[in-house]
Ligand binder design. Structure first.
Ligand code: UDP
Length: 329
């Protein structure tokens, strides 16, 4: 029997590549799309000769045409780290606005169900804690993160409009900080930054006094949440993340212990609009999807550290930046 097609955008990225693996495992034929601005073909190199996988190098902000039927579309293309927003702000805006519009049009034409990757960044620097889906957020539209936050908020609005106006089958996931193998070592986010620094024997660059908090979810847990949300009939935005919250200072200390580095935490200036606290309220995911994270930070970090340790020296040393300072004017 012919397998059903799933289109995954951002397929060569961290989350996209894990989703390709999962949907192939579930018996689908996956069409992976990426323009490789921040994605890397090495994340999907293991799928090269897999007949259930096809790669298309394309920018979703430009018209998309796909032959044949599509069962599902998962829109995971976007730069995802604050340093990338500063380096490529226009592409960041376009992929979640024009790109989302193109994909919604494609979903309508193919009668496909579409799941879009939104983010905890829609809550901005949140004044409600933990963040429930009902909270509307506290976002600075013209700050350095505005290009990402506002594009994702537009994505949600556009997706709901296609749902209500065209009756399209849509799903919106709000993803909180996620980590695991295949994160880009030099993407600037805190986990690859700290582990990369520990492996190179550099001090760990903590921004501000490290009292800001984040809640880190292991990638396998996230992928399970995405899969369940896609298959559910829930059409409102849903938080998926791990509620275990930690300060960045404590997180740095965990990485120092895990890696056994002799280096220490040093403090650099806190970037503008850096959210002070973040923790998902996952009551809805628990109730509606029967989902909750299973992998503890200790387990997840061990696996992720092993991945970064396995990278070759060239990759480890290919770091374009050491801090935000270079990009903040
Ligand atoms: N951070 C840090 N050192 C780094 C990179 C990030 O202290 O080298 C901090 C950053 O200021 C933020 C937190 O770690 O408070 C998480 O940053 P990340 O870029 O990973 O993601 P965010 O959740 O801010 O989008």
């Amino acid at each position: 029997m012919k397998k059903e097609n799933v289109l995954i955008t951002g397929a060569a990225g961290f989350l996209g590549s894990h989703l390709c693996d999962r949907f192939i495992k579930e018996g689908y034929h996956v069409i992976g799309m990426d323009n490789l601005i921040t994605g890397d073909l090495k994340n999907i190199a293991h799928l090269n000769s897999n007949p259930d996988f096809q790669f298309i190098n394309h920018d979703v902000a430009k018209h998309i045409s796909i032959e044949g039927d599509l069962k599902y579309i998962l829109h995971f293309a976007s730069p995802a780290s604050p340093i990338d927003y500063l380096k490529i702000p226009i592409q960041t805006l376009k992929v979640s606005s024009l790109g989302t519009h193109n994909l919604l049009g494609l979903a309508k034409a193919k009668n496909a169900r579409i799941l879009v990757a939104s983010t905890s960044e829609v809550y901005g620097d949140p004044l409600v804690h933990p963040q429930t889906e009902e909270y509307w957020g506290n976002v600075n539209p013209v700050g350095p993160r505005g290009v990402y936050d506002e594009a994702k908020r537009f994505m949600e609005a556009m997706t709901m409009a296609y749902h209500t106006y065209h009756g399209l089958e849509t799903r919106i996931i709000r993803i909180f900080n996620t980590y695991g193998p295949r994160m880009r070592l030099n993407d600037g986010r805190v986990l690859p930054a700290f582990i990369g620094q520990a492996l190179r024997g550099e001090d760990l660059t903590m921004f501000g006094d490290g009292s800001q908090t984040r809640s880190f979810c292991y990638v396998d847990d996230l992928v399970e949440g995405i899969y369940r949300l896609l298959k559910s009939d829930y059409t409102q935005p849903m938080n998926i993340g791990n509620p275990s919250e930690i300060t960045i200072k404590e997180f740095g200390e965990e990485i120092i212990k895990l890696t056994g580095t002799k280096q220490k935490l040093i403090s650099l200036p806190l970037p503008q609009d850096d959210p002070k606290q973040r923790q998902p309220d996952i009551t809805k995911a628990r109730k509606i999807l029967g989902w909750e994270p299973k992998v503890s930070r200790a387990e997840g970090l061990k696996i992720t550290y092993a991945y970064f340790k396995s990278l070759n020296k060239d990759e480890l040393n290919k770091v374009e930046h050491k801090s935000f300072e270079k990009y903040v004017k």
